[in-house]
Design a binder for this molecule. Sequence first.
Ligand code: HEM
Ligand SMILES: *[C@@H]1O[C@H](CO)[C@@H](O)[C@H](O)[C@H]1NC(C)=O
Ligand SMILES: *[C@@H]1O[C@H](CO)[C@@H](O)[C@H](O)[C@H]1NC(C)=O
Length: 604
Amino acid sequence: MASRRQLTAFEKTIPDYRKRILISIFQALLLPPIFTALAVRILAGRSLPLLTVLLALASIPSTIAVRASYEEWFQSREARRLGARPIPRVRGRWPGNFDVVLKIVKSFESGYVLQGFADLFEEYQCTTLNTRFFWGDQIVCMDEGVFKFVAQTGFEQFEKGILWHERIDKLLGTGLFNAERELWKKSRATARPFFAKERISDFEIFERTSKAALDLIDARSAAAQPIDMQDLLSRFALDSAALFLWGTELDTLGQPLTQPGRVKLGPKGSMPIDGGGAFDVFTEAFERVAVLITRRGVQGDTWPLLELFEDKTEGPIDVIMQWIDPLVKKAVAKKEDMRRRGEKVDAKSEDTVFLDYLADQSDDVEHIRYELITFLIASRDTTASLLTFAIYFLSFRPDVCDRLREEIIETFGPEETPTYGKLKAMTYLRAVINETLRLFPSAPLVARTSLDAPLVIPTAAASAEPPLYLPPRTQIMMTSLLTHKRHDLWGYDADEFKPERWLDDALTAKVSTTPFMYCPFYGGPRICIGQEFAQNEAGYFLVRLLQRFSALRFAPDFMPEGALPPASWKGQKGRQGVEQILPAINFTMHSKGGLWMFAEPVAS
Ligand code: HEM
Ligand SMILES: *[C@@H]1O[C@H](CO)[C@@H](O)[C@H](O)[C@H]1NC(C)=O
Ligand SMILES: *[C@@H]1O[C@H](CO)[C@@H](O)[C@H](O)[C@H]1NC(C)=O
């Protein structure tokens, strides 16, 4: 057994989720019967066992029902008082909307991605909805006006919230993604200079990792074999992030790849049949924790019930922390060494990696470690997802692929390495990236929780409806994936992959006046800090890819069992009817079972 790691100072401050769930259970299931039994005893003056048991049992649902009705009445009154209307409520057939919960869970498991919520919006003809799952307020939303309020105008009124922190604090600690208020401000201000233009326009890292990845595709092509692009791109993104963040050659691209025809469905992508892990301990711990934390999210605030005796993320988090620890210690030692010699860390220098820079800004080893984990998580799967889906689209749209190649060859010829300025000026490349993130935004769900005050949320400018009333301490889940496909915003062809739409001035004008109709990177003060970096990395890779390969071909026969859409999807409305893979969400978007592809090298 590996020895238990010492708890960090931050971990000692995390409230115990077990205590929270036990108190809720006590309040809902034990308190009403105890009161009832006492009341019977006092009113009747003697013990009446049968009556007591019956009434005590009945008291549980009746307390819930009375509380729910009171809440609804109270909220309507509050809404009226504030000149707003309550957010439309889902009204299921079973108590607690349990029938709708089941439908959503089933849709998450086997339906088209987020279709369960799309159907609810359709049924209720609205863009913001209170699910009232298990009698609690829980908002899902695809409204650009509400997004704008939460992300920007009402920014100060929200935080990530207790449900978020309970799931994720142990992993992300004091890192930028997780921090609130003053701590967040400080963390953001510290990281910002590192993501300035001069820093992220150094493409040397991308060249190293792209070349390694493309050589692997080449080797498979030479053997007339396909390759799992999703796996390859995750390694590419991880190796790039490791070089950028801490200057270490992780070289997951150098480790054995999965073999065509010898894979089964893994937690996210393809997995070797013989169980031989293609990934090392660190990467595996990483994947495991992402799946665990997503599962907690799907289970909502009841997840602690399944982890009463064991926090399942503990094992993988120990592995991650212990792996990163020596790197951080080395950076801190290096800094002290430089200080002694009177040298300074230069944030602008090409040789300075994020870790050195962080070490220069702070002596807090624990915080630096959290920050590294944060950036690694935030950058790896998102970028891999963008590239995976871009390649998916290019394989089904040879016309788009050809046009993109034309732009690439015109700009860089068959061999020249891309530069920041020229890459930025490639309109068609940008359009392909924009369009991919429209249909498959890598991080399609963003959640926020309101503070202790009720709020009035203005709806979209175009809407004539009165504003919405949001009860205090309520979580809103924003689904950019659904907003990006709304026909009223994007037109009748919203479900189609059409990069050309981004070349239409009318559309770009509309997006710039209604920015939250398109928000793959979120928006407001907490907008993705790595937006430019990600677009550069993805753009760089696509240029290098199409300089060497002229066409991509999906290899459905090599997808593992269970990774292709069922026949019943054909002809369904929206993307469900045309999708050739199973898009899923675990933290970020991915293609279930991976993405096996043949690539055709350019004739030389
Ligand atoms: C296609 C690629 C990417 C997409 C679609 C994306 C999307 C997002 C989204 C939607 C958020 C807001 C999440 C939330 O508040 O819950 C976010 C935040 C963040 N992203 Fe990205 N991201 C991408 C790549 C990257 C990269 C490459 C990095 C780092 C190198 C990065 C670092 C971060 C960080 C640190 C935050 C938290 C910012 C804060 O809270 O102040 N992201 N990203
Ligand atoms: C891509 O989307 C952004 C909005 O995020 C927009 O400002 C930009 O003009 C688009 N670029 C192209 C080339 O489509
Ligand atoms: C997470 O991934 C698994 C395996 O690919 C998939 O079955 C599940 O539906 C995903 N979760 C969600 C919420 O999409």
